[in-house]
Design a protein. Structure first.
Length: 431
């Protein structure tokens, strides 16, 4: 084993959350090591972005490149609810700075973010497999052991970040995870090289399917459509037990749609792909010597394309908190505690709305009014509040003002967290 190398921060995983956090910290002059187990570019699902991620992309200096390389996304076409007609949300209706985001090819998008982290000064190793997380006698994470190019290495850092996605390299061992039982879904999807675009050709399609589940339609370019079917895992298991293939299940969902089936010829479907899509959240997003971001921290059903936004927002928050703690270790509990509370709140806001929206029988006004009522929506108009929530813009005031060093409101935040901890402890003792 090679001698231990010392870094300020080690990041396990080079996906959007890990690359964002590494890039932001490197930009601030921190010595950062990124360990990515795969070789980029690599295929990944999660191709439709929301406007809430744009401020982070601006800070990373990537907006012009995103604009030049990827298809614009201007809104969402929904076939959902008790209303017989499809309805549309337009990002420009918020009156804010951002009237569009992008549909991306994730192999290119993720490569762009990881290369940018390198450019900003992070040390990035691909095909580097973390084999062990190192802890001292008190349980504080002090670094990792990893394999790279046939050799075993050890690296130490003040903080190690789990950005390993669904692998949850550290959070699997260091904290409990709660799966949302009502959102245990799977996704089956494929690509079409020929398709009929929507009337608003840059929109994503989100369509409820009679009999269960929903479909997405993402125009990655004028000649490629990503089309997926998200359904309860139990429903797919039952179909498999009956001898039906995942292709047959996908085509059954497509046939039951109203709009998606008018966009493609089933005979043109490409290779069928599938992945489990289980919403979950870790009990803690930080601990002694470690932090978690992205899917390693939490994941929500992709109904509103919130995955990359939630991951990069968490990375932005974590980068600011870690930057403060690296200057003054005594601020660890305060800065990282506040990071944890804000990140958890973002998760809860989106989760609450996804759960409400999963009932496809309501009127569109009910969805909009519910969006207005959730959390701290800062725009009074219910339609704009709906768009704000599903585009990620709702989170911006909290993120923009986030200061892990600031004292304004910190006592209230800490008190709320202490009360939640006490309540959870009392519940465990009573049980």
């Amino acid at each position: 084993m090679s001698e231990a190398s010392q870094f300020d921060v080690i990041v396990i995983g080079g996906g959007p959350a890990g690359a964002t956090l590494a890039g932001l910290l490197a930009k601030r002059g921190r010595n950062v090591l990124v360990l990515e187990r795969e070789s980029f570019p690599r295929y990944h699902i999660g191709e439709s972005m929301v406007t809430g991620m744009i401020p982070v992309m601006e800070e990373l200096g990537l907006v012009d490149e995103l604009e030049a390389r990827f298809q614009r996304k201007t809104g969402i076409n929904l076939v959902w609810g008790a209303d017989p007609q499809p309805w549309r949300t337009d990002f420009s209706a918020t009156g804010g700075l951002y009237d569009h985001s992008w549909h991306v090819k994730r192999d290119e998008f993720d490569q762009l973010l990881l290369d940018n982290a390198r450019k900003l000064g992070a040390t990035v190793l691909e095909q580097a497999h973390v084999s062990d997380v190192v802890q001292d006698e008190q349980g504080t994470v002090t670094g990792v052991v990893y394999k790279h190019e046939g050799m075993t290495h050890r690296a130490s850092a003040a903080y190690t970040v789990d950005a390993s996605g669904q692998n949850r390299t550290m959070t699997r061992k260091l904290t409990e995870v709660t799966f949302q039982e009502d959102l245990r879904n799977v996704a089956v999807w494929t690509y079409f090289q020929r398709f009929t675009p929507l009337e608003a050709p840059d929109d994503i399609l989100v369509e409820a399917i009679e009999g269960g589940g929903w479909m997405w339609g993402i125009p990655l370019s004028e000649t490629e459509l990503s089309l997926g079917y998200v359904l309860p895992a139990s429903q797919l298991a039952d179909a498999t037990a009956q001898g039906r293939s995942r292709t047959e299940v996908f085509l059954e969902g497509l046939a039951a749609s109203r709009i998606a089936k008018t966009m493609v010829d089933p005979a043109d479907a490409g290779e069928m792909r599938t992945a489990r899509d289980w919403s979950h959240v870790s009990a803690r997003f930080f601990g002694p010597g470690w932090v978690a971001v992205g899917d390693a921290a939490c994941f929500i059903d992709p109904l509103f394309s919130s995955g990359v936004w939630l991951g990069t927002s968490g990375a932005w928050l974590a980068a600011r908190a870690l930057d403060a703690v690296l200057d003054d270790a005594s601020l660890g509990e305060q800065a990282l505690g506040r990071f944890n509370d804000v990140y958890q709140q973002l998760y809860r806001d989106i989760l609450a709305y996804v759960r409400y929206f999963m009932d496809p029988t309501r009127l569109r006004e009910e969805y909009m009014e519910r969006a207005q009522a959730i959390g701290r929506t800062y725009i009074e108009n219910s339609r704009v509040g709906f768009i704000s929530l599903i585009s990620g813009i709702k989170s911006l005031p909290e993120l923009v003002s986030f200061d892990p060093m600031g004292m304004e409101g910190i006592q209230e935040v800490m008190q709320e967290r202490a009360e939640r901890v006490a309540a959870a402890k009392a519940a465990r003792e009573a049980g």
